[in-house]
Design a protein around this ligand. Structure first.
Ligand code: GAP
Length: 513
């Protein structure tokens, strides 16, 4: 199945099984805004819990905060977002559609990559086992030509973005003969800068009202609380402050479902370090964060680092952790070395002294910062994409199963009486009332057992138990494993110990030690 079709199926699966709905669905939705349903919110909460505990429980020197979304407007002047948090936009005069110039060019680069991959795939098919891919890439004239064009374009694009040379971005679009996907024409306007922050007003009267912004990143809530936390928590460098919360960006190109949203959630940690040690900490956090992803067991080949060529206005080094989505490797998390930019800027704009007194060196200085920043929604999407599986069964049927890591699954155990009579529902409820304190259970009595298993497979429930007539005599139930579909008879008294450890966030955290 084409990857595009797989992605479409995942999007409709998310809606059909209560994971993600378009926002204001009965009004036909709102662009790039989504709601999480009854299963989605559980999965999302488990992702957040996994992140929070990996930061705050596993590191003695990391604490959490929960800052407000609204902040003093000067915060965004100081942080550089008012002046520099822009996307380069271009309009097509015929279709009247607006695009991000950088995205149009990146799509063009991806087209060269696709052409190269097609040549390689064709050759692989032709030569079979004897195929030497490295040699083919180095010697095939068509591949070499595409690669040269791609590299030249990439270099030109990176230079233009680093200088934010808007005229050059437009020239690249013209030279590459990029057309509007709607009108098919090259009738482009000039490229302009567009600020991504949403504005609103506080204050009840028109005269008294002042413009404030919806935060475009949660990080600034941490920076403005650096002194509060350092002093009240008596924190010693190096230390970190973690936060999970909503962020808002007026994204122009909103696409790929919950990959790029206008309202989304971030999990950010700012790690304050002594100046001069930041590159070592940058490397450490790159490794630590990749290990966090890999502990989910999707396979190391699903991830790669992507070092930034164009650095954000605050960074001196930056890497993305990319995940292999059905639409290619895409950024899920950013790790940035933010220097002392933010704290120094806030010191300048607020007039406060924002420093750290180092008792060992007997001097004060502004700490440097390593940031790890991951989008909850993108993480959710990566988990969904990897877990969605269609399996052909021996009887010819297809089963759709979400092979979610058990610790992230919305429901851990489905409890099913074989029939709705003979005391079986009562026995099932008795088990439920005992186990519900330890993990998320769901009582299911409607439809045949087969149908109930399929429903649970589709939402990724790792275990189901069936209570039958024998249960009333032997106090045993049939335990069914989602992935192997194996069924075993187990004593009710053993259920908790058999399941709890495998479905707990602790089981994931232990892999990180
Ligand atoms: N504080 C740094 C910062 O915000 P970023 O690379 O702009 O850096 C960090 O964003 C992460 O937030 C991204 O890696 C991504 O997972 C998530 N993110 C950013 N914009 C998003 C959007 N429009 N929709 C969903 N997630 C987004």
């Amino acid at each position: 199945m084409a990857q595009e079709d797989v992605f479409k199926k995942i999007v409709s699966h998310c809606k059909e099984y209560g994971f993600v709905f378009p926002s204001s669905d009965i009004y036909d939705g709102l662009g790039a805004v989504y709601d999480y349903g009854q299963n989605g919110v559980e999965l999302k909460n488990n992702i957040k819990q996994y992140w929070w505990q990996s930061m705050v429980l596993l590191h003695e020197n990391i604490v959490g905060i929960d800052a407000a979304i609204f902040m003093h407007p000067t915060v965004w002047k100081a942080s550089g977002h008012v002046d520099a948090f822009n996307d380069p936009l271009i309009d097509n005069r015929d279709s009247k559609k607006r695009y991000r110039a950088d995205v149009l060019i990146e799509d063009q680069i991806a087209k060269y990559d696709e052409k190269i991959e097609k040549e390689v795939a064709k050759a692989r098919k032709r030569f079979g086992d004897a195929f030497d891919e490295k040699k083919f890439r180095e010697t095939n004239p068509r591949v070499i030509e595409h690669q040269q064009k791609r590299d030249a374009l990439h270099q030109r694009y990176a230079d233009a973005m680093n200088k934010m040379d808007l005229a050059e971005l437009k020239q690249i679009i013209l030279d590459e003969e990029i057309v509007c996907p709607i009108s098919g024409t090259r009738n482009w306007t000039d490229v302009r800068q567009f600020n991504l922050m949403f504005k609103t007003e506080v204050g009840s009267t028109a005269e008294g009202a002042s413009t404030i912004y919806l935060r475009p990143e949660t990080a600034q809530g941490i920076f403005v609380n650096y002194l509060n936390v350092q002093k009240t928590g008596r924190m010693k460098l190096p230390f970190g402050i973690a936060q999970i919360g909503k962020a808002f960006r007026n994204e122009i190109v909103a696409r790929q479902f919950i990959f790029r949203m206008r309202e989304f959630e971030q999990m950010e940690m700012q790690f304050f370090v002594k100046p001069g040690t930041e590159m070592d900490w940058f490397k450490t956090w790159k490794k630590t964060r990749l290990a966090w992803h890999e502990a989910l067991g999707f396979g190391d080949e699903c991830y790669r680092y992507h070092d930034h060529e164009k650095l954000a206005h605050y960074a001196n080094a930056a890497t993305d952790i990319e995940f292999k989505m059905p639409f290619g490797f895409k950024e899920v998390e950013g790790i940035h070395s933010r220097t002392d930019y933010d704290l120094s800027q806030h010191a300048k704009f607020s007039g406060r002294k924002i420093e750290y007194f180092d008792p060992e060196e007997n001097r004060s200085y502004t700490p440097y910062v390593i940031e790890t920043s991951i989008g909850v929604d993108r993480m959710f999407l990566s988990v969904m994409c990897h877990s969605y599986t269609e399996e052909k069964l021996e009887n010819g049927e297809t089963r759709v199963v979400l092979k979610l890591p058990a610790a992230l699954a919305p429901i851990k155990l489905a409890i099913m009486p074989l029939v709705k009579k003979d005391g079986l529902p009562e026995k099932a409820h008795e088990i439920m009332n005992d186990l519900k304190f330890h993990f998320n259970c769901k009582y299911e009595e409607k439809d045949s057992i087969g149908k109930r298993y399929r429903r649970m497979d589709a939402i990724g429930t790792p275990y189901c138990i069936t209570i039958d007539h024998d249960t009333l005599n032997d106090n045993c139930v049939t335990l069914r494993d989602r992935d192997t579909m194996e069924q075993t008879r187990v004593p009710i008294a053993d259920l908790r110990s058999l399941i709890e450890d495998k479905v707990s966030i602790t089981s994931l955290l232990k892999k990180l030690q």
